[in-house]
Design a protein around this ligand. Structure first.
Ligand code: UD1
Ligand code: CA
Length: 476
């Protein structure tokens, strides 16, 4: 569709949210509420988007930084929806196409609906088309008043309506299509002589009617699409619908979601086919999960990429990680800013901290903590170990209870372990220290000096057996 621009009204505070955060920035399935209509406007073919902002304008601007198709009109005082549109006029100066008007607090409108509305608009030769719907409880909405011939002649706000008008069930969704020249001229002529003393955008309907210009209505069947979010009860309700939509799209693309109502998948998450997502899972941020994966209950995955055939067990938390194919992340594991290569197995209850990179086939077992380490192909640390600031080669076996003593109280130091090293249980590496390839560190050794390749390092207090000691003790 040629020449479509969108204006998003988002200057209001959202008093009923009772929040320090401006209403339209409250997250809805992972994206601020206002990001939803902005994205929908794009999908509908709007080449330019103007957001009218006021409260916490900087927060909103910052969120959209780098999105070059969107510009911002500042409405310093919220004098009404008509005034808000007038504020956008400057940024659309010279634009003569069709303007879509959306609300920042009506997030679930679909692009199909907007496109259909724009088609009705063009086909009917109207200067203005209003999106309407029928609701059981029209309380709070503007009511659509139609003339004897069925045309829309006026919209009356709840507060200005007569009891008769209030009984009408067709409401104004607050979403419009308008010819730019008509729109900007009309909003410049609005008055505020009404119950709220505001410049109502809805009064441009009357202007069109009075000038003999056509105003059309486009009805939307599903009231969820035009549901406004004013408080946190409605926010939760909208989020439920948003998640249902996201889940349905994924399921139709071949993802099994065992219980969609108990699964929390954010907008923008990509899941490939034949992956199964169990109840209680959160998939958030820029997460991408490959084919044939299993994500079990209670796993939380944020901003991470998982290859094909991965298994994530219950309660795993994965943040900003890159994970290759066929990796198993076992129950209760927490990992952040880590990179894991194919066929690795992590956990249960491992803690991979930022800067961890694990090669193919690496095995990290229970109660192992890592930080800023690399570990080569096939290496293992199976139990109760702390590895920090270390470069560990291939096929290294790290015994139970191994500790890199990386911190001297002032500075961090590195431990370097060559390929094929065998580290016995209960070893401490007092860094900085380097272990040559193919060496063996005996159990219980505290390593304080470098170990050459192919060597045995052993540092233990020799054992003393005092025979009969226990019997003597008893006699005393
Ligand atoms: C508006 C409509 C009403 C419709 C309803 C649908 C008017 C006069 N009324 O009422 O007919 O049924 O939406 O949800 O238009 N905003 C600004 N600047 C302002 C005022 C509002 O940017 O000065 C923004 C708000 O942030 C919000 C949107 O416009 O995103 C709608 O404003 P709101 O005050 O919620 O209008 P309603 O009373 O709901
Ligand atoms: Ca509203």
């Amino acid at each position: 569709m040629a020449d479509l621009a969108a204006v998003i009204l988002a200057a209001g505070k959202g008093t009923r949210m009772k929040s320090d955060l401006v209403k339209v920035m409250h997250p809805l399935a992972g994206a601020p509420m206002v990001a939803w209509p902005v994205e929908t406007a794009r999908q509908s073919g709007a080449s330019r988007i103007v957001a009218v902002i006021g409260h916490q304008a900087e927060t909103i601007r910052e969120y959209f930084a780098g999105q070059t198709d969107i510009s911002f009109a500042l409405q310093k005082e919220q004098l009404g929806t008509g005034h808000a549109v007038a504020c956008a006029a400057g940024l659309l100066g010279g634009f003569t196409g069709t303007v879509l008007i959306l609300c920042g607090d009506v997030p679930l409108i679909r692009s199909q609906t907007l496109r259909a509305m724009a088609e009705t608009h063009t086909a009917s030769g109207a200067v203005l088309t209003v999106l309407t719907t029928h609701v059981e409880n029209p309380c709070g909405y503007g009511r659509i008043i139609r003339g004897f011939d069925g045309r829309v002649i006026r919209i009356v706000e709840e507060k200005d309506a007569t009891p008769e008008e209030r009984s009408l069930s067709e409401i104004n969704a607050g979403i419009y299509c308008a010819d730019a020249p008509f729109l900007f001229e009309a909003v410049s002529r609005l008055g505020n002589d009404n119950a709220q003393g505001e410049y109502y955008l809805t009064d441009i309907v009357t202007q069109a009617a009075e000038r003999g210009l056509r105003c059309s209505a486009h009805a939307v069947a599903d009231p969820v699409e035009v549901m406004g979010v004013n408080d946190r009860v409605q926010l939760a309700e909208a989020a439920r619908h948003a998640r249902r939509r996201i889940g349905e799209t994924l399921m139709l693309d071949g993802v099994t979601i065992v219980d969609p109502s108990a699964t929390y998948i954010d907008r923008g998450v990509v899941v490939d086919r034949d992956t199964t997502v169990h109840p209680g899972v959160h998939l958030a941020g820029e997460t991408r999960i490959g084919t044939g994966c299993i994500v079990e209950s209670g796993a939380v995955i944020k901003g991470s990429t998982l290859g094909d055939g991965c298994v994530v067990e219950p309660g795993a938390v994965i943040r900003n990680c890159r994970i290759g194919n066929n990796v198993v992340v076992k129950a209760g594991t927490v990992m952040e800013d880590a990179m894991i290569h194919e066929h690795a197995a992590i956990g249960p209850m491992a803690h991979l901290r930022p800067g961890t990179e694990l090669g193919p086939q690496v095995k990290i077992g229970n109660f192992v903590e890592t930080k800023k380490i690399t570990m080569g192909e096939g290496s293992k640390a199976s139990h109760l170990t702390y590895l920090g600031d270390a470069a560990i080669g291939k096929n290294v076996n790290v015994g139970c209870g191994t500790i890199t003593c990386n911190y001297d109280g002032v500075r961090k130091h590195r431990t370097v372990i060559g390929d094929d090293v065998f580290v016995g249980s209960d070893v401490q590496f007092v860094a900085p220290v380097t272990i040559g390839r193919n060496s063996l560190i005996a159990a219980g050794t505290t390593v304080t000096r470098d170990v050459p390749p192919d060597s045995l390092a052993i540092a233990r207090v020799p054992q003393v057996n005092k025979e009969g000691w226990k019997l003597k003790k008893r006699e005393e």
